[in-house]
Ligand binder design. Structure first.
Ligand code: ARG
Length: 466
């Protein structure tokens, strides 16, 4: 159904259109209700563009001054919340700002702003500026989170707890070692983030609709004014590329995967059965039915939101796949995932930081969960040091485990005679192997769980935070 009361002639691009748009098509097409998030970047980009056009002489200095003053007014209206979107006319942030500029300074001058420019380069510019700034904020949140990891790892280095594989008790580790194990995954995220920012922060402005700018615009000058690190070197690529969004989504999907695994560990460790940690009230909620409940909602949301992050990434990869060269309207579908993803990731890191900073640890419960069987490897290693091949010692230690299971006597309480009976090479100093602290301290090679190794990890991580 074509609506005749909204002639396309009102639209920025209305010149060649005679019929009206289906009202649903108007809504379907417009992006103003979400791309208004980029109002500031759009205005700064327009000012830089007008300044460069004044430099090349395509508009006069006087016209530039009027345009800049008008755009600053428009910016103020957005900031104050008084900008009035004209439904059905303000298709996107670019057209809305230009329409308002015309009202403020007159269409004769305002109409010159878009000389040689396309919304294709505008939206790419706006999005890259917005994302670059947002990623820098996310970087700061990630660093803050990792600083908490480092601080706690230093303070709580003496807590020894069970380390798990397959979620089965495996070997004793330091609590700090566990924190740093996740910490290094996040530190890699930080590394990747910094790298992605470099690729995001390149300027498409001056690329035109696809073929470039016909008025000799100074792209470097605009890029510098807008804080870009450099240019995108191909105008067609510059307007058609949303790999920078895809990379951000991929980056965040990986980060959220790490967040969800970290959260899952803490959910387990905070259960009554484990009780290694207790979540602060600020990050948990109660049950509407069961008065005794304290639920780790923060951690569950962190785990749950990872699905949303992966979804945005997969969804947008599909949107981009198979698109013909340069700009296609499909690319408008990159903005909402980008905005939502940035919020999800940014909020998640801040919540994770809050959870960790306020988490109560219970070293007594960690210690109580240690089990002599977790020292079976140490028993095998003891015999290795006496010259017995490991394959053999593994078997001998296994027989000690079996005897302990059969007799119900904990492995560290088996008598010297019992052990000697299993293998004559056991000597009295075997008693020293049944010591969790010692077990941990034995793992002193770099990257292990001994105190010196953990301290070295802390040092390495501090250096990564810069
Ligand atoms: N709102 C559009 C977007 O986000 C702006 C670019 C429009 N370009 C065009 N050729 N229709 O992609």
């Amino acid at each position: 159904m074509a609506s005749q009361d909204k002639p396309s002639g009102q639209m920025l691009w209305g010149g060649r259109f005679t019929g009206g748009l289906d009202p649903l098509m108007v809504q379907y097409n417009e992006s103003i209700y979400f791309d208004k998030a980029l109002y500031k970047q759009d205005i700064l980009g327009s000012i830089a563009f007008a300044r460069a056009n004044a430099k090349s002489g395509i508009i006069s200095q006087d016209e530039f001054v009027k345009i800049e003053a008008g755009l600053r007014e428009v910016e103020k209206e957005w900031a104050a919340g008084t900008f009035k979107i004209v439904p059905g006319v303000d298709e996107d942030i670019h057209t809305a700002n230009e329409r308002r500029l015309g009202e403020l300074i007159g269409k004769d001058v305002a109409g010159k702003l878009h000389t040689g420019r396309s919304r294709n380069e505008q939206i790419a510019t706006d999005m890259r500026m917005w994302l670059r700034d947002e990623m820098r904020r996310i970087e700061a949140h990630l660093v803050a989170f990792l600083r908490v990891v480092v601080r706690r790892a230093e303070q709580e280095i003496d807590y020894v707890m069970p380390g798990y594989t397959h979620l089965q008790r495996a070997q004793p580790i330091r609590w700090s070692h566990w924190m740093l194990s996740h910490g290094f995954a996040f530190a890699s995220d930080l590394d990747r983030l910094r790298e992605v920012i470099r690729r995001v922060n390149r300027s498409p402005l001056g690329c035109g609709a696809l073929a470039g700018n016909p008025f000799g615009i100074d792209r470097d000058m605009m890029a510098e004014e807008l804080g870009f690190d450099g240019l995108l070197w191909n105008s067609m690529g510059g307007v058609g590329d949303r790999d920078f969004v895809a990379e951000f989504l991929q980056w965040g999907a990986m980060l959220m995967q790490h967040v969800s695994r970290w959260a899952e560990d803490l959910i387990i460790y905070s259960s009554a059965e484990f009780g290694f940690v207790r979540l602060a009230d600020a990050y948990s909620t109660g049950s509407s039915l069961m008065p005794q409940k304290k639920n780790p909602d923060s951690l569950e949301l962190l785990r749950g939101k990872s699905g949303r992050a992966f979804g945005h990434m997969a969804g947008f990869m599909m949107t981009q796949k198979g698109l013909p060269t340069t700009y296609n309207k499909d690319l408008q579908e990159s903005l909402e995932p980008m905005l939502d993803h940035a919020k999800t990731v940014s909020d998640s890191i801040q919540i994770a930081e809050g959870v960790l900073a306020t988490l109560a640890t219970r070293p007594d419960r960690m210690k109580a969960a240690l089990d002599p069987f977790m020292l079976a490897t140490d028993v095998a290693d003891y015999l290795v040091r006496k010259g017995v091949p490991f394959r053999e010692t593994h078997h001998i230690s296994g027989r000690c485990v079996a005897l302990s299971e059969q007799t119900g006597v904990p492995m560290n309480e088996l008598s010297y005679e019992q052990l000697k009976g299993i293998d004559a090479r056991f000597e009295e100093d075997i008693a020293e192997s049944f010591d969790y602290e010692k077990s941990v301290e034995m793992r002193a090679a770099r990257g292990g769980t001994s105190k010196s190794s953990v301290l070295e990890q802390i040092k390495v991580m501090k250096a990564m935070l810069g």
